[in-house]
Design a protein around this ligand. Structure first.
Ligand code: PMV
Length: 319
């Protein structure tokens, strides 16, 4: 059996604006999803995903075209896309396993999609580079979700910290191997497609105002890239606060996110912001390592759950 794993992700800077041809910064986190794959003698595809209670789900390759149960659609659509692109097919035994709950918004769909495609390439002896892997996985995700910049897919494929432009027009690896970031989960699952839709409605109603916000976010992202490269964390923190202010103006923050952000800042973080679509999921704070304990406690006291993970994490890899 071939086993492949891919990391979760956290948006550092630039969410929402990145849907509209602006750059963002994303980091991989070392909480991973793994996919095990082997060929079967018959034609069938059999999927086991114990984390989401899927046991021995059997499907014929010809039925991959039809509608699929939502929870497993990323794996099955990835298989379909791979068979189409590389003109191959086989019965398969597939098993997925996650180190993190899909509730956290760490990008379980993109990680499982990237792992599945990488695993299939390995299984069929096909050379696939990071960019090709990204392209096919991004197409898979778009097929299912219809919207999204692809930043999460790039993060799962490349790992590390990335400077990313919409659709992968730029994917630049930032060579920094540490990032003193604390992650606090609000306990609320964000509904990313709905939030993207809400911002899109605002953009059509008030294009000047919203485009101006996006332009300001773009400036922050470009400054943050330099500060991260130079590991000037205090400056990175200031930029996080500015980015958060703009996200508030966009209307995507929430009471719970604000509580955790405020608590972390009061406890001495250099800066903090929501991470991802907003409305829930996680916030991030950047701080001096010596202050981590105090800030973790403050976030927990404000109702958050600390997610421990090595940041940045490694991209997709064969186990
Ligand atoms: O909610 P998340 O963590 O999947 O992040 C969404 C980020 C957006 O910029 C709002 C959408 C996107 O695909 O870039």
């Amino acid at each position: 059996m071939i086993k492949v794993s891919a990391p979760g992700k956290l948006m550092l800077f630039g969410e929402h604006a990145v849907v509209y041809e602006r750059p963002c910064l994303v980091t991989a986190v070392d909480q991973r999803i793994s996919v095990g794959l082997k060929k079967r003698d018959d034609e069938k595809i059999c999927l086991n995903a114990p984390d989401i209670n899927i046991k021995n789900f059997l499907i014929s390759p010809k039925d991959l075209k039809g509608p699929q149960p939502k929870e497993i659609s990323f794996v099955l659509t990835a298989v379909k896309k791979f068979f189409e692109k590389y003109k191959t097919k086989s019965g398969l035994e597939i098993k997925t396993k996650s180190q993190f709950s899909k509730q956290f918004g760490l990008g379980s769909s993109s990680a499982v999609t990237v792992s599945t495609i990488k695993g299939l390439a390995e299984l069929f002896g096909i050379q696939i580079n990071k960019k090709e892997l990204f392209e096919l996985a991004y197409k898979t995700v778009l097929d299912i979700q219809g919207v999204g910049s692809g930043f999460d897919v790039a993060s799962a494929a490349y790992g590390g910290i990335l400077y990313f432009l919409t659709g992968g027009k730029i994917i630049e690896e930032i060579k920094v191997d540490k990032l003193p970031i604390i992650v606090g989960y609000t306990g609320i699952k964000a509904d990313t497609p709905t939030l993207i839709k809400m911002v899109s409605n605002k953009l059509s109603q008030e294009p000047r105002k919203i485009n101006k916000i996006f332009d300001e976010i773009e400036k922050i992202v470009n400054l943050a890239k330099i500060e991260i490269e130079n590991q000037r964390w205090e400056k990175v923190g200031k930029l996080m606060n500015q980015n958060q202010e703009l996200l508030r103006e966009l209307g995507v923050s929430s009471k719970e996110l604000e509580n955790l952000i405020r608590a972390s800042l009061k406890a001495g973080a250099f800066g903090a912001k929501l991470s991802g679509a907003g409305g829930g999921d996680c916030m991030i704070a950047i701080a001096d390592k010596d202050n981590f304990n105090k800030i973790n406690k403050a976030i927990e006291k404000a109702g958050g759950k600390i997610i421990e993970a090595k940041i940045p994490g490694q991209g997709v890899k064969i186990e």
